[in-house]
Ligand binder design. Sequence first.
Ligand code: AMP
Ligand code: ZN
Length: 468
Amino acid sequence: MKIFNTLTRHKDEFTPINEGKVGIYVCGPTVYDYIHIGNARPMIVFDTLRRYLEYKGYDVNYVSNFTDVDDKIIKKANEEGVEASVISERFIKECKKDMEGLNVREATTHPKATEEIPDMIEMIKTLIDKDYAYEVNGTVYFRTRKFNDYGKLSKKNIDDLRSGFRDLKVSGEEEKEDPLDFVLWKPKKEGEPFWESPWGDGRPGWHLECSVMSKKYIGDVIDIHAGGEDLIFPHHENEIAQSEAANDAEFARYWMHNGFLKINNEKMSKSLGNFFTVREISEKYDLQIIRFFMLSAHYRSPLNFSDDLVEAAKSSLERIKTSVSKLDEIINAAKSEKADDAEAALISGLDGFEKKFDDAMEDDLNTADAISAIFELVKFANTNVNENSSKEFATKVYDMIVKLCDVLGIKAKTEAELLDADIEKLIQERQDARKNKDFARADEIRNSLLEKGIILEDTREGVRWKRA
Ligand code: AMP
Ligand code: ZN
């Protein structure tokens, strides 16, 4: 697969550090409110990358943090008169609900900054020992100029940056050795959460969190580091400086950045009144449509969000679903089982659609072209599969559409259209779970089937099921 690597500004061939395994770190949201529709873009895009790599057979370790200590969280907590953790826990829960609606799978690990403080202190100690950091009055700074590669991701020249900083006099600036130095640890202020450290009570700097959490849950070297393009500088540049100085190893081999989402061609902002949370949007649109809409564009392009464009995405998705639904009816009513010779020839051509889909995804995750390949397949289905088709042929076409949509995290079948085979597969999974004494999973399957109107009955002869 080729990935446009922000570090090289090229589409580079992707080769993982360990064969068959990929470690991905995606900078997650700061949880002080509901996530907004812009935050949903990296979630959807990189969840799709993960799904694609898994479909290609990789074992993916997907790590995405929650920044749960931050000025905005503290401000809200003080306004409500509660602990900061009450706010962050509330919005982590809400964020997970939105993720579910967007069909964004939970990460392998979702570390929280506040639970990783000891490791952050360790990394700061290492940086101080190596002379890459220094403490003044309870604040620890990173000595930016000492890190020779500073600017390699954002292609910024350190001297240009320095002159830009000259007019910028922020409080506390005088104590820094150099205006470019950034904070690793800051002392507590009245009414703020804090942790003990060798430099006094305080809390970590934001950039440090990701360096530490990615090291802990993936390792010193990450295969793919991702996030929105606004994070390239200074956040990702600073992560590189901290991690490479501390670990003496390359930090991340591939850097992927999504373009920004705009609303009616304007930057989304609260002051312009064009700021939408995912939750607000979900009242108007099924979040599946939002996922489909986001994947209809290339992830690196800016994406404009407007009612017209979302309506267009809605009808496109509808076309896929209608086709799948029709195929389902044909399968259930098919008069013949086996494909005849003409159908067999068409079946052997189905791989061509998958190849087209794969080629698009291999080319820097071109989901827009991958969706076009699905549409070609839908057109093929609408032209070639009808009431006279065999069950085998219709099923093959059905499975291919559902499979490719699934790689994109798009649910092509409506819940009511669970095929008998799907139900039986789930029942078998439930039986296996019970055998392994994983009763929680067994109950989960029973309940999820029940929600879809499938009732299970455990009998002496085995499990029977019926539609309610
Ligand atoms: P934040 O909580 O602001 O740190 O953002 C969490 C993630 O959402 C980061 O990867 C950001 O780059 C990304 N993000 C924020 N706003 C937008 C936007 N308008 N379009 C696309 N991505 C965004
Ligand atoms: Zn980060």
